[in-house]
Design a protein around this ligand. Structure first.
Ligand code: PGA
Length: 253
């Protein structure tokens, strides 16, 4: 069984053009040597994608992601960015369903299903985020909560389409809070997610699907999380803004 081991850095709304250029240079100059089954993904703001693409063009297994895109192909949607525009910049992945998009921009499962479709139609892959808020975790109903997000956002896809999905489990109570899910909590949820994929698409596709953990992941806790059998890497926020920390996490993978 081979599935990609992935560390993705989500810069969110941080780094201007010059700062972003420096961060990408620092990562490239850190002497990373990635194995064939390893991928690093960098998700800067839209404004840095073109420059980052030119910086990354000769690097092996380091890819660009966008943090969002619009669900329609084109048209009168002032301020929005289409999947086709991203594709044209050399973007390989689009992050969809991040809890900040769900919470602050009201993105729900039906919209995310539409966004997923347009990204796949444009030949890119999706990093689909799911995650429960603290009250749900405290009530112990996180498994059904995550099941609904995944079923409604992704399970309309065909098997062929689903092969282009990476799932990121990001418990909301762990994002930017310094509270990390324990290795056991992460493993338990990742195994649950994989079992949902297996029930829908079969064991082979489930075994090949990369499931990333996100939420206060840092160099000091990455090795423990990544050693869990169903944790295939991480989606990193704060620690992806500092080259040394991001590289430290990649080396833990
Ligand atoms: P964090 O963010 O690493 O800063 O907790 C993770 C994310 O939101 O992707």
């Amino acid at each position: 069984m081979t599935r990609k081991k992935i560390v993705a850095g989500n810069w969110k709304m941080n780094k201007n053009l010059f700062e972003g250029k420096q961060l990408v240079s620092d990562i490239l100059e850190s002497g990373l040597e990635l194995r064939d089954d390893q991928e690093v993904i960098i998700a800067p703001p839209f404004t840095s994608l073109e420059l980052a693409a030119s910086q990354l063009k000769d690097s092996k297994n380091i890819f660009l992601a966008a943090q969002n895109c619009h669900q329609e192909a084109s048209g009168a949607y002032t301020g929005e960015i289409s999947a086709e525009m991203l594709k044209g910049l050399g973007v390989r992945y689009v992050i969809l369903g991040h809890s900040e998009r769900r919470q602050y921009f009201g993105e729900g499962d039906a919209l995310l299903a539409q966004k997923t479709d347009i990204v796949l139609k444009n030949g890119m892959k999706v990093i689909f985020c799911c995650g429960e808020p603290l009250q749900i975790r405290e009530a112990g109903t996180q498994n059904t909560y995550i099941q609904t997000q995944i079923e409604q956002g992704l399970f309309h896809l065909t098997e062929a389409e689903f092969k282009n999905i990476v799932i990121a489990y990001e418990p909301i109570w762990a994002i930017g809070t310094g509270l990390t899910a324990s290795d056991e909590q992460a493993q338990e949820m990742h195994a649950h997610i994989r079992s949902l994929v297996a029930a829908k698409y079969g064991d082979a596709i489930a075994e090949a699907t990369s499931i990333l953990y996100g939420g206060s992941c840092k160099p000091s806790n990455a090795a423990g999380l990544f050693s869990c059998p169903d944790v295939d890497g991480g989606l990193i926020g704060g620690a992806a803004l500092v080259a040394q920390d991001f590289v430290g996490i990649i080396k833990a993978r």
